[in-house]
Design a protein around this ligand. Sequence first.
Ligand code: AHR
Length: 537
Amino acid sequence: MSIMRRRQFLSQVAATGALVAASSKDSGAQVKTGASNRARVIADPARTVASLDRRLFGSFVEHIGRCIYGGIYEPGSKLAGPEGFRKDVLEEVRRLGVPIIRYPGGNFVSGYNWVDGVGPQRDRPRVLNRASNSLESNQFGTNEFITWCRAVGAEPLLAVNLGTGTPEKAADLVEYCNVESGTRWSDLRRQHGVEKPYNVKYWCLGNEMDGPWQLGHIPAKEYGLKAREAALQMRTVDPSIRLVVCGSSEVGMPTYLEWDRQTLEECYDDVDAISLHHYFGNGPETGGDSSKFLAANLMMDRQIDEIIAVCDMVRGRKRRKKQLWLSFDEWNVWYRRNTEADMNGQGKEAPHLVEEVYNLEDALVVGGLIISLLRHCDRVRLACLAQLVNDIAPLVTNPDGLLRQTIYYPYAWVLKYGRGNVLNLAVESESYEVPEIGRVPYIDVAGIFEPESGSTTLLILNRDIVNARELEIVWRESAPARAGECQVMTGPDLKAFNGFDTPNRVIPQTVEAPKAGARMTFQLPAHSYTMAYLQGK
Ligand code: AHR
């Protein structure tokens, strides 16, 4: 079963009533039931969740649609540089400072023979990309990807094929990438013109192996054993690598959590992390109700907590000291362009697939999801906004240029300001009821404190669709000396989006920050996402 049947599979599951209901989660916020449009946060730079690993703000590029071909690589284009990389995309990603990028899939990896994508380009086979029924020219492969990563300043996160592929082939790729010389695969890399090893550190052991749509899908126990074998062989080649095993691909899967438990029972000792995926939507899941949709990140909170619970349960049963971390290596909003037809390339090369157009409310949700990742940064150390260009992406290309979709902005803010320690904030907010979730605080906040400069960045979501709200920040110990940049995303129309003809319809507006001091009050417009950079000195 291919990716084209993913949605179909999940809607069948939902129809049989097995879909896990959306959830309540401890967002860290204390909910107030009284009528007050003023929320309060107590911030203490000494109370932190953890110090941030920037890999939390990673992204993902897959051989799907126009993500690679026509997105990051387009040799015939007037915008391409000598290596065939689109200069506009390369520059934008470099400026953004994306720390780590996952490749080559996604579903694609489960049918990928990495050997097809290396060596002289003229000799590479044209094959059928069976994950999205498209034509794959193999003109872009591992070496092109790592060259591009270096040009944009990102670290590669490589996935190996544990669908149709074998542990042996996975270890061969580690040898090709990370061994200096003197072995079959490292010498092949040198023959291909790359003398020095890449030393790729982070590796995914397949993709969404719990999904019946995945090429080579097998039951959890078998996958756990296959992942273990792959881990052993890959680590024999390079003991320093870090390995992410596939966890559940959806909270709606009938095997949700059980898949994770059974897999980990087999390979806990051999991996470092487990993956989570989640795409959020304002379709059938919310009945199109935007106030429910804006609570999406509370479902992410709950998913993270549940996967942590499974990891720690297996750890307890095995009496192990080692604690796994989580890799949320696919997350985004995605619900419009995800029908069978949207994922079927009809045998074409670089077809238009899953090109979701993002609006203002999607950007607010993405902002909320970033808040959730931040408040779990003690256990979620790596995450990837899926994807980066053209397919469910913040950036979109056409033959003449590049467009920033609405979701680009919250992502760009955290990339720019996300350094230091995430604060463990005490938030008090009035709340509203979402039946599948429970009480949802109107205000959600994350804070990042940079010890060296003493500066703090606040990211604030106002979920109230109708009313502006106030947020008072009470600083314990040290308060900011000066308010720096303060920007907000909001607007009269939650459904407004950017297009090549109207690229600036939904963009951040600079607003006046409140006067710095031990107590600061922010005015938050209705349905808004605010970024405030407060200087310490
Ligand atoms: O990101 C698009 C697809 O969604 C990926 O290929 C797959 O892993 C997920 O189901």
